[in-house]
Design a protein around this ligand. Structure first.
Ligand code: MN
Ligand code: MN
Length: 272
């Protein structure tokens, strides 16, 4: 499918039913939007994209969840509606379970998608506490459904034997934090989707997460990873920010900054 995209839609996903530990990521979309519209930061990105009054990005209405529709279908349909109207998606909020339905919609538009996944956790559990859609499982579902040609994981520092076996089974390319930094920059062939779990960043920089895992990436390192993507960035999610665990809005500010840089990178690399 040859298609041109004219804008990036910031789509809030107020959903945390699949959080395996603490609720809160449902509050993230409004918390990030509040920072982005507060006047506390300007609208220029580090790569020189001016987001002020820029028609190439806009806030869409948050995804609506109805009793009579499965949550995965609600998310997939909302993302598909954006893509079908020529808008790429930068989603805000939710626990990490939201990435599976997002990527189901993306795979229909981008059959050769590469996924860059930043996270403390590999999220490859076949099932977690009996829930195959838990926030610990999305990339097992993604790989089973062949929703990407390549999955690269960065920031991982919580592996157990099951997850090692899952990574081998699905041929996941994983850069464990104990081996950081990269020996050479990542290179991609074809469109890239970035799934950004805020707990990939060290909790010293981003304490507002449900699963604080020390020994992570700096905010700077994540920004540089975004900037250095050498292929079209066609979409991204910012997940697992939990405003209930934040300290003085520090993590909200980190999430907003990363959202800006992601929006700028998508505009610069993928919009016509
Ligand atoms: Mn995750
Ligand atoms: Mn995580």
């Amino acid at each position: 499918m040859v298609r041109t995209y004219r804008a990036v839609s910031l789509l809030g996903i107020p959903f945390d039913d699949n959080s395996s530990f603490e609720r809160g990521p449902a509050l993230a979309p409004d918390a990030v939007k509040q920072v982005l519209t507060s006047g506390s930061l300007n609208k220029g990105t580090e790569l020189g994209v001016n987001l002020a009054d820029n028609p190439k990005w806009f806030f869409a209405d948050n995804v609506q969840f109805a009793q009579d529709m499965h949550f995965n279908d609600a998310i997939e349909q909302a993302v598909a509606a954006q893509l079908d109207s020529g808008q790429l998606v930068l989603s805000l909020g939710g626990d990490h379970s939201v990435s599976y339905p997002i990527l189901k919609a993306y795979a229909k538009h981008f059959p050769t998608l590469n996924i860059l996944h930043i996270d403390a956790h590999s999220d490859l559990y076949d099932s977690f506490k009996g829930n195959r859609f838990a926030n610990a499982c999305p990339f097992a579902r993604v790989m089973e459904d062949n929703l990407c040609q390549r999955l690269v994981q960065i920031g991982i520092r919580t592996l157990n034997q099951h997850q090692v076996e899952q990574a081998q089974k699905f041929e996941v390319e994983m850069v464990e934090m104990r081996h950081w930094p990269l020996e050479q920059p990542l290179t991609f062939d074809g469109p890239v989707y970035l799934s950004l779990d805020i707990d990939g960043i060290d909790p010293a920089f981003a304490p507002g997460v449900s699963h604080r895992e020390p020994g992570g990436l700096t905010t700077r390192e994540v920004i540089n990873l975004i900037h250095q993507i050498d292929a079209p960035l066609v979409g991204a999610d910012v997940v697992e920010f939990n405003p209930n665990r934040d300290i003085d809005g520090v993590t909200a500010q980190v999430a907003a900054k990363l959202t800006k840089e992601l929006a700028g990178k998508i505009i610069e690399s993928s919009l016509s």
